[in-house]
Design a protein around this ligand. Structure first.
Ligand code: NAP
Length: 288
């Protein structure tokens, strides 16, 4: 996979900074996004535009996808203009979205029938790590395909882990996002409990921040809570989706069930488009 030509699908919060890093690293990137207007800033950064997913095969042998969920990933593969339609034997699709292992295995099999390799390579790390090229990448698929993709992963992340066959990366991603849900919910519940006893969120977040319980996520989300700024870096609807996928993979531990239910309720009450830190106002009983 020596080619420097990459096709990219999905220019959301994550896809856009990731493409910028590949452009900076000297890759020729052609992008497609369902909402074409989001591609304009990338054109200024040197990306070319494609009119459909299938059109990317005309310019690239490696196509990376970074879209919302299973339905979105299926949609960009299906139909006359989908990735499956134009697939080129010997090429590679790398999906970096968070989707179910079943979807990865299904698409891997359909692409394999056309001679195309497939890696599931979801990421840990939000917008800031994406901007800094500091993501953690969890990969499933054939080892030799993974090895050939490492030069790309190195420009997007600080660490990559090869975990086994297709779907292994997805399972690791669902595991780490379960921990993320615990982190956010735990932070929110601690601050909520403290405020019910007259301790301000400022004081409690300060205590947590200085304690052994502080971590990158609690520190990153402290400002969101104090400023009640829930602009999404990682939308709550995506974490709710990941917890549903984890349940689909058999996560039925006491905490796992509680996280699933809490984030689905927050989603049902309209917090889905806000950042995951909006689990705090949800638990406070605020209206979205
Ligand atoms: P996002 O900002 O919501 O962007 C979603 C992307 O998917 C957009 O490009 C969107 O296109 C596209 N899309 C959605 N539905 C589609 C459909 N039916 N057909 C074609 N394209 C569709 O999401 P994000 O935050 O970048 O996250 C992308 C993936 O990475 C998700 O699976 C998420 O769980 C995962 N992830 C996110 C973070 C994070 O912190 N944000 C961290 C790790 C992993 P439009 O522009 O047309 O809507």
């Amino acid at each position: 996979m020596a080619s420097k030509k990459i096709g990219w699908i999905g220019l959301g919060n994550m896809g856009t900074p990731m493409v910028k890093n590949l452009l900076k690293a000297g890759f020729e990137v052609t992008v497609y996004n369902r909402t074409a207007a989001k591609a304009a800033p990338l054109q200024e950064a040197g990306a070319k535009l494609a009119v459909s997913p299938a059109a990317l095969w005309e310019v690239a042998e490696i196509i990376i996808t970074m879209v919302a969920d299973d339905a979105a990933l299926q949609q960009i593969h299906q139909g006359a203009e989908g990735l499956l339609a134009g697939a080129r034997s010997g090429a590679t699709v790398i999906d970096m979205s968070t989707v179910s292992p079943a979807t990865s295995r299904e698409l891997a099999a359909k692409l394999a029938a056309k001679g195309v390799n497939y890696l599931d390579a979801p990421v840990a790390g939000s917008v800031k790590p994406a901007e800094l090229g500091q993501l953690v990448i969890m990969v499933g698929g054939k080892k030799e395909v993974y090895e050939s993709a490492v030069p790309i992963f190195e420009k997007l992340g600080k660490a990559q882990f090869y975990l086994g066959q297709q779907g292994a990366g997805n399972n690791a991603k669902l595991a780490i996002n379960t921990l993320l849900a615990f982190n956010m919910q735990g932070l929110a519940e601690s601050v909520l409990f403290a405020s019910e006893h007259g301790i301000s969120p400022e004081a409690m977040l300060g205590i947590i921040g200085e304690s052994a319980l502080a971590n990158a996520i609690t520190k990153m989300k402290t400002a969101n809570i104090l400023q009640a700024n829930y602009q999404p870096a990682f939308a709550l609807k995506h974490l709710a989706k990941d917890l549903r996928l984890a349940q689909g993979q058999g996560l039925h531990t006491p905490g796992g069930e509680a996280m699933h239910d809490s984030y689905q309720q927050a989603l049902a009450q309209g917090w889905g488009e806000k950042d995951i830190s909006a689990i705090f106002p949800f638990l406070m009983g605020e209206k979205a």
